[in-house]
Design a binder for this molecule. Structure first.
Ligand code: FES
Length: 152
């Protein structure tokens, strides 16, 4: 039986009627066509699906959309614009922190969450705190450089 869910996504209230088993990731991609959020593994291993839920980074493939009813969601579509990139996006460009780009939306969302958590101070702590976001191109040095620069 379908149930109603209401979310504020990138500042806009959105409603959907979905099956209770639909993940937040599938709701974003399939229902709202916000395909910037990527599906890599679909079981919490890669971080490509990371979004911010009430400011906290979360693997959207691991949560049921209905469990976050009423929440504020930020996806990569809500971060920066082509004309005015978010400072972290600018830093990613400056530091060559991507190659194919598939993991980048998740990396950016995760890094924004990390910075607002204020926990990671050192380079090693950034690496540890970003360890849930895999990059098959191996752009890790640039990713950590970019985050370090924005945090400084
Ligand atoms: Fe969610 Fe890989 S798609 S962690």
């Amino acid at each position: 039986t379908a149930v109603g869910v209401t979310l504020t996504i990138n500042g806009v209230e959105r409603n959907a009627s979905i099956e209770p088993c639909v993940t937040l990731l599938d709701l974003l991609r399939e229902e709202f066509h916000l395909t910037g959020t990527k599906k890599g593994c679909d079981h919490g291993q890669c971080g490509a699906c990371t979004v911010l839920v009430n400011g906290t980074r979360i693997n959207s493939c691991l949560v049921l959309a209905v469990s976050r009813n009423g929440s504020e969601i930020t996806t990569i579509e809500g971060i920066g614009t082509p004309d005015e990139l978010h400072p972290l996006q600018e830093a990613f460009v400056r530091h060559d922190a991507l190659q194919c780009g598939y993991c980048t939306p998740g990396q950016i969302c995760s890094a924004i969450g990390l910075i607002s958590e204020g926990r990671a101070k050192t380079r090693d702590e950034i690496r540890e705190a970003m360890s849930g976001n895999l990059c098959r191109c191996g752009a890790y040095i640039g990713i950590v450089d970019a985050i370090e620069e924005v945090m400084a």
